[in-house]
Write a protein that binds this ligand. Structure first.
Ligand code: NAP
Length: 498
C-alpha cells in the first residue's frame, strides 16, 4: 500500500495522485512509494500549521504539557524500536547494528532531553534596570517552521530540528529527504496516536527542488530549519531573504583527525575506523582527513589497513554487518569519482577503492572502505566533502602547520585531536575553528551538548538547550512601577523638570 502524507491530522495522497519510488539501497530495488506533493498540498499543510499556531492549541499551552506529549512519543517510539530499526536500516542502507545500538536509542534520548529542556528555559531575570520600571524577557515561538531534512539520519534529523521547534510551541511542516521519507512518516503516525493537536505537525513528501523550495519560500513560514548540504543551504538563505525568514542551517563537514606523535596509536587507529565508518561514512561528523605526524605515519597507515581489513561489508539486516551500501547509485558514483580524482591528483591508494561482491546484493550500492595517502594538501579529497567511507591520510611536521591545514577547509563542524599531552589538547581545542573538538575520541555528542557549525557548516545549534532558543523570538516586556504620569525621561522630550 503506497504511503500517504500527514496534513491536518489526515493521511492524504498528493492532489495530483503522483507517487515517487523509495529504494532499498542494499538491493537497488523499490521498497515503497510516497506522494509527490503539489503546491496546493504544501499550501494546505502551511495553512493548517498556521491555523493551529494562531489558535494557541499548542503554542499557548504550558511547556510541561508539550513536554508530556513529547515524552509519550518517546515511550511509544521505544515500544516500537524494533520496527523503526528495521525500517531505518532498510531504507537508508545503514547497518542494523548501528540502528539498534545508536540511531534509535539515541534519538529517543534526544526526544526525552528536548522535552525536559522545554520546562527549564531561562531568560534574563526580571529586574529594575532603570529607576521607574521593571523588565523581563519572554522567549516566544516563531510560528510555522518548515523543517527540511537529509537522508543520512532520517529519523534523528527530524527529531533534532522539529522537536525543539515543537517544544518551544511552534508548529511544523516537515519535508524529509526523497531517498528516506519512511521513518518520518511512521513518526507522524506515532505523533497522531500520542494526540498531537490537529495541524501542529504535518509531513509533505517530494523533491527538494520543488517541494522544499515551495515550503521554504512560503510567506507564512516564519522560519526554515534545514539540515543538509552547504550548496542547498546557500540556496535556502537566498529563498528566505525575500520574507526575512530566520533560516537555521546545519550543513556539511570535513572533519580533521589529528594524530600527534605521543598519541596512543591503537586508540587512534580504532577511533579512526569507527569515526570514519560510522553511518557508512555518510555522516557530517565523520573523520575524513587524517593528519598523522611524520614520525609515526608508516606505522599508523599499516595499522589502519589491518583494522579496516576486519570490517564486514554485507546485508544491512545481518547483525554481523559493519558497513552497508551507500544511499543511492548516484551517490556511490560520486564517491568513486572522488577516489579516482584523489589518485589522479597524486594520492596513493593504500586500501579498498572497489565495489565489493556481496552474494544476494549484486545490485546494492556497496563500496569498500578506502584509504588514500597524499601530499597534495589542496587536492579535492582533502578540501571537499566526499560523504563516503574514504580516509584521506596526510603527514605533518609541527603543531602550527597541522592546525593551519585543518582550518583551511570551508567547513567547521567536527574535529578531533589524539594526544596524551594536556597542553597540546587544550591549545588545539582553542585553535581549531570547528563547532566540536573531541580529544582522544571522535563522534559522541550527548543530548545535553550543542552540535553546531562554524563557517560554511552553518550556524545555530542542534541538541542542548540552545536548540530550543534557536526556535524562538526574544521579547522584552517593560512595566512602569513608578505610578507617575510624568516619567523623568519625558523632560528630555517636552516640558521642564519641576
Ligand atoms: P541535500 O541534498 O542538501 O538535501 C537535504 C534536504 O534538502 C533533502 O530533503 C532535499 O530534498 C532538500 N533539498 C534539495 N534541494 C533543495 C532545494 N533547492 N530547496 C529546498 N530543499 C532542497 O543533502 P543530503 O544529500 O540529503 O544530505 C547530506 C548532506 O547533509 C551532507 O552535506 C551532510 O554533511 C549534511 N548533514 C549535515 C548535518 C549537520 O548536522 N550539520 C547532519 C546531517 C547531514 P531531496 O531529498 O528531494 O533532494
Amino acid at each position: 500500500m503506497p504511503k500517504l502524507m500527514f496534513i491536518e491530522n489526515e493521511w492524504v495522497k498528493s492532489s495530483n495522485d503522483k507517487q515517487l519510488d523509495v529504494f532499498d539501497p542494499s538491493k537497488g530495488k523499490v521498497m515503497e512509494t510516497v506522494p509527490h506533493a503539489t503546491k496546493d498540498d504544501i499550501g494546505r499543510a502551511v495553512d493548517a500549521a498556521q491555523d493551529a499556531f494562531r489558535k494557541g492549541i499548542w503554542s499557548k499551552i504550558p511547556p510541561g504539557d508539550r513536554a508530556n506529549l513529547l515524552l509519550k512519543v518517546a515511550a511509544m517510539l521505544e515500544a516500537k524500536a524494533d520496527e523503526f530499526v528495521k525500517l531505518e536500516s532498510a531504507n537508508s542502507g545503514k547497518s542494523i547494528k548501528q540502528c539498534t545500538g545508536y540511531d534509535i536509542p539515541y534519538t529517543i534520548d534526544n526526544i526525552r532531553f528536548i522535552a525536559g529542556a522545554a520546562r527549564i528555559l531561562e531568560g534574563k531575570a526580571m529586574g529594575e534596570y532603570v529607576a521607574e520600571g521593571t523588565s523581563a524577557i519572554r522567549r516566544e515561538p516563531i510560528g510555522v517552521v518548515g523543517v527540511i531534512t537529509p537522508w543520512n539520519y532520517p529519523l534523528m534529523m527530524v527529531v533534532w530540528r522539529a522537536f525543539p521547534a515543537l517544544a518551544m510551541g511552534n508548529t511544523v511542516v516537515i519535508k524529509p529527504a526523497t531517498y528516506t521519507p519512511l521513518s518520518t512518516i511512521e513518526l507522524a503516525r506515532i505523533m497522531q496516536e500520542a494526540g498531537i493537536p490537529k495541524g501542529v505537525l504535518n509531513v509533505v513528501t517530494g523533491p527538494g527542488g520543488e517541494v522544499g523550495e515551495t515550503l521554504a519560500s512560503h510567506p507564512n513560514v516564519g522560519m526554515v530549519a534545514f539540515t543538509g548540504s552547504t550548496e542547498v543551504g546557500r540556496r535556502l538563505s537566498v529563498l528566505g531573504a525575500d520574507t526575512i525568514k530566520k533560516v537555521s542551517l546545519e550543513l556539511g563537514g570535513k572533519a580533521p583527525f589529528i594524530v600527534f606523535p605521543d598519541a596512543d596509536i591503537d586508540a587512534a587507529v580504532k577511533g579512526a575506523v569507527a569515526g570514519g565508518l560510522v553511518n557508512n561514512g555518510e555522516d557530517c561528523a565523520n573523520s575524513t582527513r587524517y593528519y598523522v605526524h611524520e614520525s609515526i605515519i608508516d606505522q599508523y597507515t599499516k595499522r589502519l589497513n589491518e583494522e579496516l581489513s576486519k570490517v564486514v561489508i554485507g546485508d544491512t539486516q545481518d547483525m554481523m554487518t559493519d558497513l552497508g551500501p551507500m544511499v543511492s547509485a548516484a551517490h556511490r558514483q560520486n564517491i568513486e569519482k572522488y577516489i579516482s580524482k584523489g589518485v589522479e591528483e597524486g594520492g596513493h591508494l593504500l586500501f579498498g577503492g572497489k565495489r565489493p561482491k556481496i552474494p544476494g546484493h549484486e545490485d546494492g550500492y556497496y563500496i569498500q572502505p578506502t584509504v588514500i595517502q597524499t601530499d597534495k594538501r589542496d587536492s579535492s579529497i582533502v578540501m571537499e566533502e566526499i560523504f563516503g567511507p574514504v580516509f584521506t591520510v596526510l603527514k605533518f611536521n609541527n603543531y602550527d602547520e597541522v592546525i593551519e591545514e585543518s582550518n583551511k577547509v570551508v567547513y567547521g563542524l567536527g574535529s578531533s585531536v589524539w594526544t596524551k599531552d594536556v597542553t597540546t589538547s587544550m591549545r588545539a581545542a582553542r585553535d581549531l575553528r570547528f563547532g566540536t573538538v573531541w580529544i582522544n575520541d571522535h563522534v559522541p555528542v550527548p543530548s545535553e551538548m550543542p552540535w553546531a557549525g562554524y563557517k560554511q557548516s552553518g550556524h545555530g545549534a542542534s541538541l542542548s538547550h540552545y536548540s530550543l532558543e534557536e526556535f524562538s523570538y526574544i521579547k522584552h516586556v517593560y512595566w512602569d512601577i513608578s505610578g507617575n504620569p510624568r516619567k523623568s525621561w519625558h523632560y528630555c522630550v517636552y516640558g521642564q523638570k519641576p
